[in-house]
Design a protein around this ligand. Structure first.
Ligand SMILES: [Zn+2]
Ligand SMILES: [Zn+2]
Length: 454
């Protein structure tokens, strides 16, 4: 980069700082100023910088209570993460307006979009499915966070609770495009006005910044600044590392307690079916972990995970040992995780055939896809094309749809009018009933998560 260019950038930055109308697209950030916002949390966050970037390191375990209040839980728990060295958070020291800002409604559904000043990553409030607002779905704890698939704790909201603990008027987080995120108010305590669609605006100092809001987008709703994206996420950001394969949602559970016993021993408590359950887990120095699951009857089952091999390796290998009143010989770890997904007899038909029914393979089953399957089922069976299936038609006909076998097997139940013929309405009624049962949040689609629900 030429010296002339640097000077030009600097001059533009000055012009804006002086309140000039000259539009600047580059903002030079002072690393000391960024460091100041992390300072109240420096017992758990390390910061450093070079001429281009500011880095923050943490293990992603905040000093506040975690997980309590979550009522839509995927059975993950927080474990420390290696967000340090070349796996640290990185902020550009020269933030630059993007030619076309990125919207968090369209992408950024994976990975962090910001880092809180206590070193916790912040993800898009909309989760991986590109649709679900984690806050409205009850997935977040009292601080707006939860543990992800690698048992990595992160926020999905702006950490406004840090505003009281941090210095007066300091940001509560930094977006990964380099712009600061303030709480609901301005640094001087006045209310934040005229926010753009990304929850940002340019302050009196000429610096662009974002704000927290109580409703979506809650924080930076994307990036006003330029960021390098890869596969729909910020390319350079810390990677979480799990110790076990990821777990599935546990319907009906509410997390009621979390305790850090010491740096490597934790206990999470939840209510399910009016009974108290808990998970006690401890981390071994070599990278392995032991999880003890205690069910509502006080029965304990233990899962031990071997240390991960090498950096960035997959989850550890699992070894199970029933302990105490544990159920030796049970194929599942703890008996609470719902039916074995590979046992078709124990899962609803529509879920078992989800992939076939999801004709466009986008991970959602829509009413349209279901009725298309009904139509092709009829097209295959209904030889005389009169819109009704006789027993001869469905028993001896050929139809290769997902519903074809179901219709043949369940003809008696489908035939509500008892006329020994199956009308399209009768088939649709049964199919729709199964659909409604699987569509737990009643949004008119059976999504991937619902298709995996126990
Ligand atoms: Zn999350
Ligand atoms: Zn502001």
């Amino acid at each position: 980069m030429s010296r002339l260019y640097l000077l030009a950038t600097f001059a533009l930055g000055l012009a804006v700082a002086a309140g000039s109308a000259v539009p600047s697209k580059t903002f030079t950030l002072d690393p000391e100023t960024i460091a100041k916002s992390f300072r109240p949390f420096l017992d758990s966050v390390d910061v450093r910088w070079d001429k281009d970037y500011f880095y923050a390191e943490s293990n992603s375990m905040p000093d506040h209570r975690m997980m309590v209040g979550i009522r839509a839980w995927n059975q993950q728990v927080p474990i420390p993460q290696p967000y340090s060295g070349d796996n640290a958070f990185r902020l550009p020291l020269r933030a630059r307006f993007a030619d076309s800002p990125v919207s968090g409604k369209e992408t950024l559904f994976r990975g962090a979009i910001a880092v809180a000043v206590n070193g916790i990553p912040i993800f898009n409030p909309i989760k991986q499915d590109g649709r679900t607002d984690t806050n409205l779905a009850g997935e977040l704890d009292e601080f707006g966070g939860h543990a992800g698939r690698a048992d990595d704790y992160h926020y999905h909201l702006a950490p406004v609770h840090l505003a009281e603990r941090g210095g007066q008027g300091l940001p509560v987080a930094w977006a990964l495009d380099g712009f600061p995120i303030y709480s609901y108010r301005e640094a001087d305590g006045s209310s934040a006005e005229d926010l753009d669609w990304l929850n940002g605006h340019t302050g009196p100092d000429g610096m662009y910044h974002y704000h927290a809001t109580r409703e979506y987008p809650y924080l930076n709703g994307g990036f006003r600044g330029s960021v390098e994206l890869r596969n729909g996420e910020v390319a350079i950001q810390p990677r979480a590392r799990g110790v076990r394969p990821y777990t599935r949602p546990l319907r009906g559970a509410t997390i009621t307690g979390f305790e850090v016993r010491d740096a490597s021993n934790y206990r999470l408590q939840y209510e399910l079916g009016e009974k108290t359950h808990s998970i006690q887990y401890s981390l071994q120095t070599e990278g392995g972990a032991e999880f003890v699951f205690i069910d509502g009857e006080g029965r304990a089952t233990t899962e031990v995970y071997e240390p991960r091999s090498g950096r960035g390796g997959g989850p550890g290998n699992r070894r199970r040992e029933p302990r105490g009143g544990g159920r030796a010989g049970t194929p599942r770890a703890d008996g609470r995780r719902g039916p074995d997904p590979n046992d078709p007899n124990r899962r609803p038909w529509l879920i078992v055939h989800f992939q076939e029914l999801d004709a466009n393979g986008d991970g959602d089953l829509s009413h349209a896809e279901l009725s298309a399957d009904v139509e092709s089922t009829f097209a295959g069976y209904d030889r005389d094309g009169n819109g009704e299936l006789t027993r001869d038609e469905y028993e001896n006909g050929r139809s290769r749809t997902a519903l074809a076998g179901f219709v043949r097997q369940h003809a008696v139940e489908i035939d509500r009018s008892n006329d020994s013929k199956l009308s399209k309405d009768e088939v649709v009624e049964v199919a729709e009933r199964m659909f409604r049962r699987a569509d737990r949040n009643a949004d008119g689609k059976v999504d991937t998560e619902e298709s995996q629900a126990p």
